[in-house]
Design a protein around this ligand. Sequence first.
Ligand SMILES: Nc1ncnc2c1ncn2[C@@H]1O[C@H](COP(=O)(O)OP(=O)(O)OP(=O)(O)O)[C@@H](O)[C@H]1O
Length: 671
Amino acid sequence: MSGKDVRGTAPGTPPVPRPRGEALPLPPAELAAGPSGGDDPTDGMEEAYWSVYDGAAARASLSRIAGRLPRIVRRIGGLAWAADRAATAAVVVLQLGSASMAAFGLMASVTVLHELFAQGPTPDRVRAAVPAILLVVALLSARALLEAGVSLAQARLTPKIRTALEREFLRLTAHVRLEVVDDPDWHDDAYRANDRGLFYARQIVGQVVSLASALLGLVGTAGVLAVLHPLLILLLPLSVVPVGAAAVRATRARFHSFRRWNALQRRVRVFSWLLLDQDAAAELRSDTAQRALLDEHSRLTTLIAREDTRLGTDAALLNLAGRTAGGLGTGVTYTVLGAMLIAGWLPLAAGAGAVLAIQASHGALTRLVDVGHLVYEHAMWVDDLLAFQERCRGLLPRRRELTAPGTVGVITLEDVSYTYPGKETPALDGVSMTLRAGQTVAFVGVNGSGKSTCSRLLAGLYDPDGGAIRWDGVDVGEMDTESVQARVATVLQDPVHFPFSALANVTVSRGTLTRARPREALDAVVASGADEVIAGLPDGWSTLLSKRFRGGRQLSAGQWAKIAVARGIYKDAPLLLLDEPTASMDPRAEHAVYRAVLRGARRPDRITVLISHRLASVVECDTIYVFDDGRITECGTHQELLALGGAYAEMFRLQAAAYRDDGEGAAAAPA
Ligand SMILES: Nc1ncnc2c1ncn2[C@@H]1O[C@H](COP(=O)(O)OP(=O)(O)OP(=O)(O)O)[C@@H](O)[C@H]1O
């Protein structure tokens, strides 16, 4: 189709770039700043789908919590075991030991009381009680030592679990397919998992240990009570269950609240970040936009504060109701105990021992309910984090035995189409082309015509919905995705400004910040013109390229562009994609880059694709593809396309006219 208008437009009737779609209506005079401050301030904000699968807390009852706790403990135990077996075993053994000491201590205390309440003169009774008192002291000391051991083992275990989870979380989020990252729902999930899941993962180990300690303490003291009189055990729940129920209700309310407020919090963070961000600082000031942003930030935080107060008030009232009911329960317990003593069911010494044991059981059971609900709540966030990680595992790029070859002779696109998730019209629609090693090709066309999308498909960042991309006849869809990405170097117009040294900014394209190939690094920076930039830095290659750190340097946009081109060249890939890399460079620098990658240093084993709006820079390309509305409408050499007199010829003349120095300039350009 060389030299032809693939839409069949007759030469001489140039399809001048035109606006697409309906005529745009006037915008409204007033803008909604965001969610309103009505009953539900998240009105109008999309609820993320994560809330659908994670509504368990809102329906939590005591029995449900009790039913789930064993599974949670097993899960956290599994994480702990995987992180550090020795420390996990130590926590379990020492915890069991500490609980036994507590139970024996209580029994010894009952013996002390028994001796003190026995018949006979007081000095004799005290003397008789001394061995039991010494035993109590010894047991309590042993318990303190064992608990210190638990804390030490826990201190070793907790950071390991958190680090392992965080590492895995970042590994997964950094590797999921690119279109996943474009999905706002995924961002909600990732934000929540990062903000809450990782945070609670650190706390939950300690809480599970406290839960186990409370449970073991309860078993011990209940055992002591059973020895004194079995009826006493039945009285216990009276005083603590109401408190626990109130705590569970408060948890449920908190969870509801967070679910509603997650999206809002994220919005607040966006404003805080914009107000803090160094890159936004200059524009913020020149637009005098600080006040508008601060106003919106303050409006949102006021809504959040109001909700926090409502939540706190509800929790306090619930707590009060729970404690009142709990107090009544305790009153009933002691009344029954008194009645048992009066009826002679219990000797006085056993009654005093029972008071001690009831108090200890009461404490243990309250702690159990309290920590149990915390563990239940926090485990949901940890579960949520683990579920998110699991979901990310299903969103990773394709893994295959077959890897992309180190060199490629011909890349073909056969009728390739691609539609972005959530969009109805395709960004690429039936694109075919052949790219040969040693060639430089250009993609040109109006904004939004599909050039970058096509280059992202070539780079293996997206998979086509239809058609195929082949490397020397082999479908890329059969190859391991990351191996394809590793064989393509992409340079973007807005490259990432890595806050690393100048050298690491170049070497990062080969996946390392610490190792360099000196000769190749130098060649790459010379080719891109970054050599002069680096030579002008105080510490040369070692200069940190970020003002955020002491001693760091800030580069200009054009200087960053040169570094980015060097990074692309240094990757030494068989396919080099340059997506408007020179837009911010000065004319001399741009010229030098084109000399390096397009003319002088053209490599026989490399395919170079250049996307550019400056048509003067694509003149020497072997083939120029003209994109329009996701399709290729023309292709050929510069001369062929000029002769065709289509969209390319029109755009070229338009730009050329702007450079004419006869004073007519743009006025001479066709309308
Ligand atoms: N990440 C994305 N998610 C959804 N739609 C996208 C995304 N990126 C691009 N698009 C849409 O796909 C179409 C093609 O965009 P693309 O970036 O490929 O155009 P382009 O020719 O490179 O434009 P430009 O010259 O402005 O860089 C446009 O309608 C654009 O809005």
